[in-house]
Design a binder for this molecule. Structure first.
Ligand code: AMP
Ligand code: GLY
Length: 424
């Protein structure tokens, strides 16, 4: 088979490495890929939003399967465009990807179908949003831009002044563009967070092993929200009992709700959950693999990923038994100094071999460039250093040992990935 993976980050590198394990795969292309990915696949310079370009490339190169990994092309109808041209594609259509691309949609869906989530109101006028926040007078309060905002459109305001500033930034200054035309104001929830990704063909839903993201830029969950600074799998808070509650009250009702809305979801559905004192609640849905959740979940997959993708597309997922390894995995993200705000690019990375790897770990490249046998930084999140072990501690030790052997100017990483999971 010839497979085209759309995207160019650490998640896509992970997907490509997993696909390479399949005896069914002859050739992998990545559009646009990155420096590290170029060591594992052929990178083609087509933008992730270029539907026409992608269809043309897939036809000309007789691509058997396209894996659409990032949120933007899914929301923009990349899968629709491919399937309309008889090209097999993995991922939800735009009408289903809306579960991630509009928080107003997903909140209203949960309310309508009784799926547990934080209480909320939606506003299209900043004055009304502020009046509501003042009237409630309960802080912290959570303010979310409706649309996609690179995981940065959520502000937890500690007091009235912060709430006012957040509403102004999102709705008036349009910090996230049109994503801020509407805001969701919601109740602040507490409890450990769990990410659960699941394969679904719209009929069956098969949850993958759980994981835990670390979204804040600095140790002790300080600093700004990022796309994710590190992950572990499994998530120790996700007990069998919690998993069963999630299946009954969240996972299966979500698949059914999307079907009832004529928006059948096929692909990878991501549940961002919080285990509150009142039970698990949905913080957000994503219409795709998480990044860097994929980096710790997919290495534990024992079943051929191509078989799963085909079962999802052909709506035969219920017939497939998906197996996972019992190992623990940990991923530490090395980012450019300054991320998630401004940062420099083009720093030489040392410590990697010619394939961009180090011994004892797997290095998933997120933002790198490869030139004349050397790797250079080329993005905010640069590398995801991932290791596995019999225990979480062993995985973390191996990952941090590898991190210690890699360097570039301004490199920043958290030193406490997985630590709170052991402590809390
Ligand atoms: P989201 O992009 O919706 O996942 O939000 C980003 C992060 O903000 C989440 O991972 C949580 O840590 C936090 N967050 C979002 N909504 C809430 C909420 N209602 N209560 C507490 N924390 C929240
Ligand atoms: N790591 C969170 C996400 O992919 O949305």
């Amino acid at each position: 088979m010839k497979i085209l993976v759309i995207g160019g980050g650490g998640r896509e590198h992970t997907i490509i490495r997993k696909l390479k394990e399949s005896p069914k795969v002859d050739k992998i292309y990545a559009a646009p890929g990155n420096g590290g990915i170029s060591r594992d696949a052929e990178c083609v310079n087509i933008g992730v939003m270029d539907k026409e370009g992608m269809v043309k490339f897939a036809k000309e190169n007789e691509i058997d399967l396209v894996f659409v990994a990032p949120d933007d092309p899914l929301a923009a109808g990349m899968v629709d465009a491919l399937t309309a041209n008889d090209i097999r594609a993995f991922g939800p259509r735009a009408e289903a990807a809306i579960i991630e691309s509009s928080k107003v949609f997903s909140k209203n869906l949960m309310k309508k179908y009784g799926i547990p989530t934080a209480e909320y109101e939606v506003f299209s006028e900043s004055a009304k949003a502020m009046a509501y926040i003042e009237e409630k007078g309960k802080y912290p309060v959570v303010i979310k831009a409706d649309g996609l905002a690179l995981g940065k459109g959520v502000i937890i305001a500690k007091d009235h002044a912060e709430a006012q500033a957040a509403v102004k930034e999102i709705m008036e200054d349009k910090k996230f563009g049109d994503s801020g035309n509407n805001v969701v104001v919601e109740e602040f929830l507490t409890g450990p967070e769990v990410s659960v990704l699941a394969f679904t063909d719209g009929i069956a839903l098969k949850p993958m092993v759980s994981s835990k993201d670390h979204k804040r830029a600095y140790d002790n969950d300080e600093g700004l929200n990022t796309g994710g600074m590190g992950t572990i799998s499994p998530n120790p808070y996700y007990t069998d009992e919690i998993a069963e509650i999630c299946r009954k009250t969240i996972f299966e009702p979500t698949v059914a709700a999307m079907n009832s809305e004529n928006r059948t979801f096929k692909g990878c559905l991501y549940f961002g959950l919080m285990i509150t004192p009142d039970g698990p609640k949905v913080i957000e849905y994503n219409a795709r693999f998480g990044d860097p959740e994929a980096q710790v979940v997919l290495p534990r997959l024992k079943t051929d990923l191509v078989d799963i993708i085909e079962a999802v597309i052909d709506e035969k997922l219920s017939q497939l038994n998906i197996e996972w390894s019992n190992d623990a995995t940990a991923c530490v993200v090395m980012a450019s100094g300054g991320y998630p705000l401004s940062y420099k690019k083009g720093m030489e990375i040392t410590g990697l071999d010619e394939d961009g790897q180090v011994e004892g770990a797997t290095v998933y490249h997120a933002g790198t460039k490869y030139e004349n046998g050397k790797f250079y930084t080329n993005g905010g999140r640069v590398l995801g250093i991932t290791a596995s072990g019999k225990t979480l501690d062993e995985a973390l030790e191996k990952a941090y040992d590898a991190v210690g052997r890699i360097s570039f100017e301004g490199a920043h990483f958290r030193t406490d990935i997985g630590k709170t999971a052991n402590k809390e």
